[in-house]
Design a protein around this ligand. Structure first.
Ligand code: PMM
Length: 306
């Protein structure tokens, strides 16, 4: 296994934007737009130009009812895209998969992390991650990623997800996964209704504190945002706003998540999220420096001081 040109580095207190490249015909947010490898590669490069610090390449939709994809087809979709982006993007490239064979092929093509929405359910996948010494995202989920997705009954979704992620993170480290490359993810929308996803975002600081590891948040364009905004706008509990109209709400979740301790956000549009990171970093430095104006070097595009 060749070492990736750009390994995942998680600096304490750092904030990073992960850009999504879905090489699928049927993802809920952008299905079919990047199924062609050249389109997917161009999109990945555009995300990095817009400020993404990490890329996440997936070849199977996780939306409820999506057609399952076998490992050979998933690998055929993602491998050339990962190879090109690992060589040319200048950032760590991840693979969003639950299949050991796909992960192995992606790592051989230069992937630097594995994003596992099953949260480590398959020991074979965890072994591959451990052997590669790559980054690993452990996501909370209940139920199958594809097909019908029942909403489990939680007594307290936040404490239950936090406890489950703590357990899954320990299990991954015990299996040999590098602790400094490990992120946990509450899995917004995965087996949670809108109220559950809202609760997890609202009390994200509790998850961060409980798990004690870098947290990744994926709220981008998700249906709970549509449901919340639809309700607010129309007092209609059954209707939500469309996926194409969720970008502002996504950005609000980015600011919120970083302010409550998230280390990384997973988004479909990188530019605005990357600018949020820039601004929050400047505000943090200003706060730490006792709010002295001279301590705040405000760099404009290209490093110019504005
Ligand atoms: N969401 C989706 C897919 N993969 N991975 C992680 N770690 N966290 C998420 O929230 C997540 C994910 C669904 O969104 P997409 O179909 O637009 O990629």
């Amino acid at each position: 296994m060749t070492a990736p040109a750009h390994p995942l580095i998680l600096a304490p207190g750092g904030r990073q934007v992960m850009g999504v490249v879905n090489v699928t015909p049927d993802s809920f947010s952008d299905g079919g737009r990047y199924l062609d490898p050249d389109a997917a590669i161009a999109h990945g490069l555009a995300l990095v130009a817009a400020g993404a610090a990490v890329l996440d390449v997936g070849g199977e939709s996780t939306r409820p009812g999506a057609a399952p994809v076998d490992a050979a087809e998933e690998q055929r979709r993602v491998q050339p895209v990962i190879a090109a982006l690992a060589a040319d993007s200048g950032v760590p490239v991840g693979v969003d998969t639950t299949k050991p064979a796909v992960a192995e092929a992606a790592l051989a093509a230069g992937a630097a992390l594995v994003n596992d929405v099953s949260g480590g359910d398959d020991p074979a996948l965890v072994r591959i991650v451990a052997a590669a010494g790559c980054g690993y995202v452990v996501m909370h989920h209940v139920g199958l990623p594809a097909g019908s997705r029942p909403v489990p009954a939680y007594a307290d979704v936040v404490s239950e997800v936090a406890a489950d992620l703590t357990r899954r993170a320990h299990a991954a480290v015990d299996a040999g996964v590098r602790p400094d490359g490990l992120l946990v993810d509450p899995g917004l929308g995965f087996g949670k209704d809108a109220a559950g996803s809202v609760a997890l975002l609202a009390r994200l600081d509790e998850v961060v504190a409980h798990v004690g590891r870098p947290v990744l948040v994926g709220a981008s364009r998700k249906s709970f945002l549509g449901a919340v905004l639809g309700r607010a706008a129309r007092s209609d509990l059954s209707d939500g706003i469309d996926v194409g109209e969720r970008e502002e709400a996504t950005l609000a979740t980015v600011v919120w998540a970083f302010q409550r301790g998230a280390a990384m956000v997973r988004v479909h549009e990188a530019r605005a999220a990357a600018r949020v990171v820039q601004l929050l970093d400047v505000l943090d430095r200003a706060t730490q420096d006792g709010m002295r104006p001279s301590a705040v070097a405000v760099a404009g595009p290209g490093g110019r001081v504005a």
